[in-house]
Write a protein of this length. Structure first.
Length: 280
């Protein structure tokens, strides 16, 4: 049994909150550059130039890439041989978010009740997702999620008879409904299978996969490619100004489901697709 102090968890989460908000992952940065070179519409190229310049400034000055520093979504993969010492793991994660958002001067965007709308003042509680795994390692990923894009996400309980065409039509409709609202170019996470709630989680987890890493199943890799091409033919373009660059990637996650169902969720992320990870 390996012991990890919750104090270490707290410090790690605090650091990841700042790093995720100030430093775009290299795969996202590279994809932005690639699409900028392929873009033929001058206005769209100019917008992509500004996005890349904004990212460069944020990276060099340790400043937030976006004013919406998001709700802290924390994915924790816990090895079965790990024991957390010194207190509650959830409390340590929330304390890390509280510390990171405070010390990093990141905007606090969480309200304590969805209807009363009083800000908690420290960006807690975090949305925490746990997953048990073999071994004695704990992997923590902080993925701040802005709600300009989160609000554009949808889920639908398709019929099995809708099949792959039903999935395609739904994904494309969600992107069309979103239009310029989620600050394109977007990254589209798609969850297929499981149950109503599990499909939504799959879609959010899909956003964590590197954009240069296609699905490991050829059928879904081809589906990702097809959907990306069709999305970019819609002409929404960077920030909605038109062009060929509406999305940077489509990432699909799947799992088994019931014989009577075909759950499908689409979780949209803006061009600031932030996430940072650490192993303890």
């Amino acid at each position: 049994m390996r012991e990890i102090s919750v104090e270490t968890v707290k410090r790690t989460v605090a650091r990841l909150c700042v790093e995720a908000n100030c430093h775009l992952p290299e795969d996202v940065r590279a994809r932005l550059r690639d699409f900028r070179e392929q873009e033929t519409w001058p206005v769209a190229r100019n917008v992509l130039d500004q996005i890349l310049e904004n990212e460069r400034i944020a990276d060099s000055q340790e400043a937030p890439i976006c004013q919406d520093t998001g709700m802290a979504c924390v994915f924790v993969e816990v090895g079965q041989e790990v024991h957390f010492a010194g207190g509650s793991l959830a409390d340590a994660i929330n304390e890390g978010v509280r510390w990171g958002y405070g010390e990093g001067y990141l905007r606090k965007s969480v309200v304590g009740d969805p209807l009363e709308r009083k800000n908690t003042g420290d960006n807690t509680p975090a949305m925490i997702y746990y997953d048990l795994a073999p071994g004695d390692v704990c992997r923590i990923t902080v993925a701040p999620k802005g709600f300009g894009s989160e609000n554009m996400s949808q889920i639908k309980m398709l019929r099995p008879s809708d099949g792959v065409e039903g999935v395609k039509n739904f994904v494309l409709q969600v992107v069309e409904d979103a239009g310029p609202n989620p600050c394109p170019p977007i990254v589209v996470g798609v969850g297929i299978g499981g149950t109503f709630d599990k499909a939504a989680l799959l879609a959010k987890q899909a956003l964590l996969r590197p954009l240069d890493q296609p699905n490991d199943q050829p059928f879904y890799a081809e589906l990702e490619k097809e959907l990306l091409e069709k999305i970019n033919q819609k002409g929404i373009g960077p920030q909605g100004f038109g062009g060929r660059t509406t999305a940077l990637a489509v990432n699909i996650c799947t799992m088994p489901t019931h014989i009577a169902g075909l759950p499908c969720a689409v979780n949209i992320n803006c061009h600031v697709t932030r996430h940072k990870s650490a192993e303890l």
